[in-house]
Design a protein around this ligand. Structure first.
Ligand SMILES: *Cc1c(COP(=O)(O)O)cnc(C)c1O
Length: 374
């Protein structure tokens, strides 16, 4: 049976966004970030689209995600971005995943496991170029590179770093981070094997920071159709725009008329100022429609915006349809996406709930049934 709430993922939009990122990346290779269940779009289905578009590699956070990709048949390099602990080493080697090392705890064990299987496992080093979250400081790199040389079952595949705020040009962090990374590339490139890749650009680096594209780029949010600054892409020099790939739709469960001066829902956080017609939607924070959207969100009904009134509860949400003629039980409600001439984006929802599009996509995508089109 069909659920009333569903997320619709447009494969054509995903493919289009790969093409846009490719053009922005020029000669550099493209690694598609599919962590967090492909930002809520469904990791396996989404990776199939990206693979058909010829992406060069995948990025996930944890080894278990890499194993799922391998078990689904993907043969591209898969980088495990969030680091490795001893428990995951055996699976990483067995499934030919590429660990991104954030410390040297597992180097010996990785080499031992690979050697036992007669393999050479590619490894990346994560460098902390000023992000301040994970990785080796620039001055620690030489020591680790020296250590790696002692393990013949490991091969250095690359060195990567990450930006703290490539989406925010007013923030002086990224240029300093980029400069630190650039100096490291300059210093190490000549001393390392020719195939060793350097990369730092996420979506923000790719679209907004000149000079951030090295051997490979690692967009995430851009592949799903959103610019990391919450904008519409007009700040980039590119003419082709990203296209949001996810919509979220529901159906009206009930329409009811209530008097003026009537308080609505948990906590009575909204009181009608006039006799009102209220549509009840079968969704709430259990579906990823955040409680932060209480009295702030909007949805599309019959091509018009209807404001959320009262608290978003666990699985019911009220919207005011007094000014929209003809709303009835069973009508399609668009929480995110287009209806008629109007559109609600993940950036709109993020703005109402005080977050970023990434979180909106992860929440809605992972907590609802997904349907794929195109
Ligand atoms: C998530 C992630 C990315 C992608 O970031 P976006 O801002 O979504 O493009 C790139 N690199 C690393 C290491 C990441 O963790």
């Amino acid at each position: 049976m069909n659920s009333l709430n569903k997320v619709i993922v447009d494969r054509a939009a995903l493919a289009h966004n790969v093409a846009v990122c490719r053009r922005a990346a020029g000669e550099a290779e493209l690694l598609a970030m599919v962590k967090a269940d492909a930002y809520g779009h469904g990791m396996i289905e989404t990776a199939r689209v990206f693979s058909r578009q010829g992406v060069d590699a995948f990025g996930v956070a944890e080894a278990v995600e890499g194993v799922q990709l391998r078990q689904a048949g993907f043969t591209e390099p898969i980088l495990i971005m969030a680091g490795v602990i001893p428990d995951t080493v055996a699976a990483i080697v067995e499934y030919n995943l590429t660990p991104v090392l954030v410390d040297d705890l597992t180097i010996a064990q990785l080499s031992f496991c690979s050697g036992k299987l007669g393999q050479v496992t590619p490894v990346y080093l994560k460098m902390d170029a000023g992000m301040g979250r994970q990785g080796f400081l620039p001055e620690e790199l030489d020591r680790v590179l020296g250590t790696l040389e002692n393990f013949s079952s490991l091969r250095l595949a690359g060195i990567l770093a990450h930006f703290p705020g490539a989406d925010d040009l007013a923030n002086p962090g990224p240029p300093v981070v980029l400069e630190t990374f650039r100096q490291t590339v300059e210093r190490l490139r000549a001393t390392l094997a020719p195939g060793v890749r350097f990369h730092i650009a996420n979506s923000g680096g790719l679209f907004y920071l000149p000079g951030a594209v090295f051997d490979m780029v690692r967009p995430g949010i851009a592949l799903y159709g959103y610019y990391p600054d919450g904008g519409d892409g007009s700040r980039t020099s590119l003419t082709d725009r990203l296209r949001p790939a996810m919509q979220y739709r529901s159906r009206v469960l009930q329409v009811r008329d209530v008097p003026g001066g009537y308080p609505l829902g948990y906590g009575h956080t909204f009181t009608t100022s006039r006799p009102s017609r209220i549509a009840v939607l079968p969704l709430g924070y259990e579906d990823g429609y955040s409680r932060g959207l209480s009295n702030r969100g909007k949805v599309l009904l019959r091509g018009c915006f209807a404001p959320v009134v009262g608290r978003v509860s666990m699985n019911l949400t009220l919207v005011d349809v007094t000014d929209i003629a003809g709303v009835q039980t069973g009508d399609q409600a668009v929480l995110m996406g287009t209806q008629g001439e109007k559109c609600i984006t993940a950036d709109d929802i993020a703005g109402w709930m005080g977050s970023i599009s990434n979180e909106v996509l992860c929440l809605l995508g992972s907590l609802n049934n997904r349907e794929y089109i195109n």
